[in-house]
Design a protein around this ligand. Structure first.
Ligand SMILES: Cc1cc2nc3c(=O)[nH]c(=O)nc-3n(C[C@H](O)[C@H](O)[C@H](O)COP(=O)(O)OP(=O)(O)OC[C@H]3O[C@@H](n4cnc5c(N)ncnc54)[C@H](O)[C@@H]3O)c2cc1C
Ligand code: SF4
Length: 449
């Protein structure tokens, strides 16, 4: 063992030692996937890293990935009793360490061998059920979308003996994990190797778009008795201001996937929006050699939705923030972006904590010289595709589901980002995938939910 590895081991053991092993551990309740956090920390403290890895992965097949990108400060760690003693337990890094050790030792992902786990009960967030792998389950299920939610659902159903097939619109695995979260935040090789291992035994039809190449009625005709929609949000919100067609205007997907942006082409960028995606776009631009990256936002610091850690990372990279700015027009010279004009805004508080903005008037307008604009103001669901299939959406465009993740159409379930508003996380998508598998299993076994 190298000096650095020994130091990491010692640090993990000491951190695990700090855990109070609370009765009715509140950290467990903060984990959407229902990981037995206190138990895996106890096993680390005992030096049983294999046991720790099994404990994590039986509840979250994406445990290693979440050990890198989970916003623990707003989930498990937020609930940690050790807050009262000064510092919460660093749960995310303990999880990551246990699973990295597992991979180094060649143990593989425990979620793929759950039959070997001597635990009879699997936790489903908010719903503890007897849900052990069973043989003899018959039924054919279609999963739409190869993101974390779809893969999790397919994995659990497959292990219960069902015939599962995934239909994915792109040619890639992982959804936003591979086509959103930038490489500077998660190691690509690790990500690809985890995704390949998880999907090794799952039949996936790539380049098949639900609503275009494959419809609900076609799936039913093909004999699928249950369908899980896990399509995330793939309709990019756009700004309707003049200048949007100039050379130098990009969508955030073009930047994050590197599909159109030519590195080294631009020097000074304006990123519109201040959510997590905008922070990732800003970081990607810095990493791509853009000399000045400016984030413009219509509200104040209070209304910024990016997680604190993401904001701090952006600050540290030298990203500059401009608040209270409503984009009005992108200006150009010779067909290329040369500047962006803003109105100065004022935040108006509304009922239920909601907020809006108004312009302070033309005399406060200002123009900023830049040569690149990226809109990063969020994503919507592909509403037209889903409503054309008769699937009910709420006014914000999310698919409406009940407590069992059932949609308005019998035998059709939905989960992950496409059903949620607010904060989107991989661990929440995984939790929905598990819940959907459980409820589909109940439906297929008993002939109804
Ligand atoms: C830039 C960015 C950074 C993020 N950072 C973090 C982070 O640090 N931590 C964190 O926890 N979360 C983060 N998230 C959020 C996280 O990635 C999502 O919450 C999570 O991936 C949602 O999983 P999902 O399976 O519901 O949807 P997705 O990951 O979106 O996967 C949906 C899949 O369905 C496919 N699909 C869509 N429509 C169709 C169709 N009609 N037919 C067939 N297939 C279809 C898509 O191609 C995709 O593969 C980030 C997201 C973005 C965009
Ligand atoms: S709440 Fe914190 S201290 Fe208590 S068991 Fe969980 S991690 Fe340990």
């Amino acid at each position: 063992m190298s000096g650095c590895e020994a130091e990491k081991l010692q640090g993990s053991l000491l951190e695990a030692y700090r855990c109070l092993q609370c009765y009715d551990a509140p950290c467990r309740k903060g984990c959407p996937a229902g990981i037995e956090v206190d138990k895996f920390i106890r096993l680390i403290h005992k030096g049983d890293f294999k046991g720790a890895a099994l404990t994590i992965e039986k509840d979250n097949p994406f445990g290693l990935i979440c050990g890198v990108i989970c916003p623990q400060e707003s989930l498990c760690q937020k609930n940690c009793t050790s807050h009262k003693l000064g510092q919460p337990i660093d749960i995310k890094n303990l999880q990551r360490y246990a699973l990295e050790t597992a991979r180094q030792e060649g143990w593989g992902n425990a979620a793929l061998n759950r039959k070997e786990i001597p635990v009879q009960r699997i936790n489903i967030a908010g719903d503890i059920s007897l849900f052990q792998p069973e043989q003899g389950n018959n039924g054919k299920v279609a999963v739409i979308g190869a993101g974390p939610s779809g893969i999790t659902c397919a994995l659990y159903l497959k292990q219960m003996g069902y015939q599962v097939e995934i239909f994915e619109q792109t040619g890639a695995l992982g959804g936003r994990l591979t086509q959103g979260i930038p490489g500077f935040r998660i190691n690509r090789d690790m990500l690809i190797s985890e995704l390949k291992a998880l999907t090794n035994a799952l039949p996936i039809h790539f380049h098949r778009t639900f609503g275009k190449d494959i419809t609900l009625s076609a799936l039913k005709e093909l004999g699928f008795q249950g369908i899980y929609l896990a399509c995330g949000k793939w309709q990019e919100k756009t700004l309707s201001i003049s200048g949007g067609n100039l050379d130098g205007v990009y969508t955030c997907t073009e930047i994050l996937t590197g599909n159109r942006w030519l590195k080294g082409k631009h020097k000074k960028a304006a990123v519109i929006g201040a959510g997590n995606v905008a922070m990732d776009v800003a970081g990607t631009l810095v990493a791509g050699g853009v000399e000045e990256v400016h984030v413009f936002f219509i509200g104040t610091n209070k209304e910024v939705t990016a997680w604190q850690k993401e904001r701090e990372d952006a600050w540290q990279k030298g990203v500059l923030f401009h608040m209270l700015a409503i984009p009005e027009a992108i200006l150009g010279q010779g067909g290329k972006v040369s500047a962006i004009r803003f109105q100065r805004s004022k935040v108006l508080a509304e009922e239920n904590g909601a907020w809006n903005v108004c312009s302070l008037g033309d005399q406060f307008n200002f123009t900023y010289p830049i040569d690149m604009v990226v809109t990063a103001i969020g994503f919507d669901t592909q509403q037209e595709l889903f409503s054309a299939q008769g699937i009910q959406l709420n006014p914000s465009g999310h698919v409406v589901v009940d407590d069992f993740l059932s949609t308005n159409i019998p035998e059709v379930f939905a989960g992950g980002d496409m059903t949620q508003s607010g904060s989107f996380t991989v661990v929440r998508a995984v939790a929905d995938g598990k819940r959907a598998a459980l409820h589909m299993h109940k439906m297929l076994r008993k002939g109804g939910c």
